[in-house]
Write a protein that binds this ligand. Structure first.
Ligand code: ZN
Length: 295
């Protein structure tokens, strides 16, 4: 995936950046644009520890998350697109409402792009009024299909998971999906799973696994700088959450405290995954609340 002589450094940076997104925000501004193998027109733009998909057609470009919170990615993102095509950037589609992925879209807006997000993302943005986030022009409820040039892109809502506004963007011809933060590549869930709906996320994973696709572009590279996953990543994530849930449920039923559950539960099957050391206890806490207090 990385062919430059600085590949080793880039991979190290990505691996380090993955562990916490806070680190990613202060990582050196290393970026890369990668054409997805086997496609004519699907690209990944990575900046620091964040990545975004874009699709180039003769009629224009479909971009996704501007990934510009605490990092000046948007200007570079546009320059990278314009190195490939002079066709206009027609759309910017938000993966979900979280500001670290969607901030910084103004340069795209200034070029006339139409911003699209799930309805709940637009509502959240309207309510919180984050600085530096463009308010979506159009919303998706359950499904919207974008047809541009020779490309069809489906924007699908499969329910609540890592947020209540996550879209699964599916390219049916290329059998690629882009969906962010809830199916990490070779990693457990981020920190305390803030804004995550349990057990809905497990139901959502089952729906995504049942869809027709081969490759997954995630919102962050996984360990080793891996940018693209497969259905096994979704299946493995579902298995992880089910194993975590079962272990925590047992601890709650045995009357263990939060502290003891977090200290005692180990899931050695996943100990090589990204985030295992720093985040397992926090993931346990999220499921403890679900099984103990029904929240
Ligand atoms: Zn998120």
């Amino acid at each position: 995936m990385f062919k430059s002589s600085s590949a080793g450094l880039a991979v190290t940076l990505i691996a380090a950046a993955f562990v916490t997104t806070a680190q990613a925000q202060t990582a050196p501004p290393a970026y890369a644009t990668t054409k997805v193998e086997g496609t004519d027109n699907v690209y990944i733009f990575r900046y620091g520890g964040y990545q975004s998909m874009f699709v180039v057609t003769k009629a224009g470009v479909i971009a996704t998350d501007p990934i510009s919170r605490h990092q000046p990615a948007a200007k570079t993102y546009i320059e990278e697109i314009q190195k490939i095509t002079k066709a206009p950037i027609k759309y910017v589609i938000y993966s979900h409402s979280h500001f670290d992925h969607i901030a910084g879209g103004k340069p795209f807006k200034d070029l006339g792009a139409i911003f699209i997000a799930h309805r709940n993302a637009k509502d959240r943005i309207a309510e919180r009024k984050p600085e530096n986030v463009v308010i979506p022009d159009q919303v998706v409820d359950n499904k919207k299909v974008i047809m541009l040039g020779e490309t069809t892109l489906e924007l699908l809502y499969v329910g609540k998971n890592h947020s209540d506004s996550t879209l699964v963007m599916r390219l049916p011809k290329e059998k690629i999906i882009f969906t962010v933060d809830w199916i990490p590549l070779g990693a457990i869930q981020f920190r305390e799973m803030a804004d995550t709906y349990v057990p809905d996320i497990e139901e959502g994973l089952k729906k995504v696994i049942a869809m027709d696709w081969d490759r997954l572009i995630a919102g962050h590279p996984g360990p080793g700088g891996r940018q693209i996953g497969t259905k096994d990543d979704a299946r493995n994530q579902l298995a992880y959450l089910q194993d975590l849930s079962a272990a925590v449920k047992k601890a709650v039923e045995e009357g263990k405290s939060y502290a003891d559950a977090e200290k005692e539960i180990k899931l050695p099957k996943y100990e090589k995954w990204g985030g295992y050391e720093p985040f397992l206890q926090m993931n346990i806490e999220r499921y403890y609340d679900f099984h103990n207090r029904g929240i």
